[in-house]
Ligand binder design. Sequence first.
Ligand SMILES: Nc1ncnc2c1ncn2[C@@H]1O[C@H](COP(=O)(O)OP(=O)(O)OP(=O)(O)O)[C@@H](O)[C@H]1O
Length: 295
Amino acid sequence: MILSVNNIHKSYGKEKVLNNISFDMKGPQILALVGPNGSGKSTLLNIITNLLPADQGSISIIDKTNQDPSIFRDVSYMQDNSVLYDYLTGYDHLQFIGDVQKVSKKKVLAAAERIGITSFLNKKVSNYSLGMKQQLLLTMAIVNEPKLLIMDEPLNGLDPTNSIKVRNLLLELAKEGTAILLSSHNLSEIDHVTSNILFLKDGQLLNENLADYENVYYHFTLTTLEDPEPLLKDTKAIVKSFADNRLVLSLNGTALTEILGIFDREGMVITDVEKKVVGSEERYKELFGKQEAEE
Ligand SMILES: Nc1ncnc2c1ncn2[C@@H]1O[C@H](COP(=O)(O)OP(=O)(O)OP(=O)(O)O)[C@@H](O)[C@H]1O
């Protein structure tokens, strides 16, 4: 198991910020944490990386507790740019990280080359644009070739060219075996890198099991007027709606044969089926309400 988050609770004074958060990352994948401002994303990432204590619950990373200092060779946390020092150059930052992570200068420079920041490494961070800062933070996060990369809003402040570049890099890293947990507001960007999304609202996860991550919906037209929901209650299918012979289900690939078998057994004839991939923006509107998504 790469990451296991178990029953995390956190309050600031009387304000409950995280309420019983649990989820797992079993292998290399990209998992996005999405939620409105103040929903607790940064607090959760800070707890996972042991920068902040939880009130209750536990975290394990690569099968060790997150309190074990040895795991941080294999984990990187890309925070927001407040962790950068204005009066130091990009190169100074990389040298520091290289020393802490015991990574050779050659590897550090190779990471800078990969992100494409060598041309401005000698400039002081005070002269960097937001996008340049993001790219420096990203380079700092990959120098140790982490098994788990945790990122707070990595796509923030990037122009379209750099955004595409960083998205491709995330996909490449995941393919090479890095598990990536990232938070984001930018839902259309997220759709390009993953369909695995955890939605956080008021400190609670709105979806906890894998079936809920699914963004594939099936629209069936049936000959029956009878509500099929009771027949499907022991399956992985989630009934989204049923009206006028139209049944909308969210289900994963393995459940489809089971569902078709049930329709067949019950004599429910399908006259039409349409598969629809739902983008995360649509999913966000469904979970948070249209108004909030458009704010
Ligand atoms: N150090 C702190 N002391 C008191 N309250 C805090 C502290 N840090 C965060 N909070 C509160 O906890 C809640 C969650 O904040 P958090 O920064 O985790 O949310 P977020 O989802 O990352 O928000 P954003 O998308 O705006 O970065 C907010 O109501 C915030 O005001």
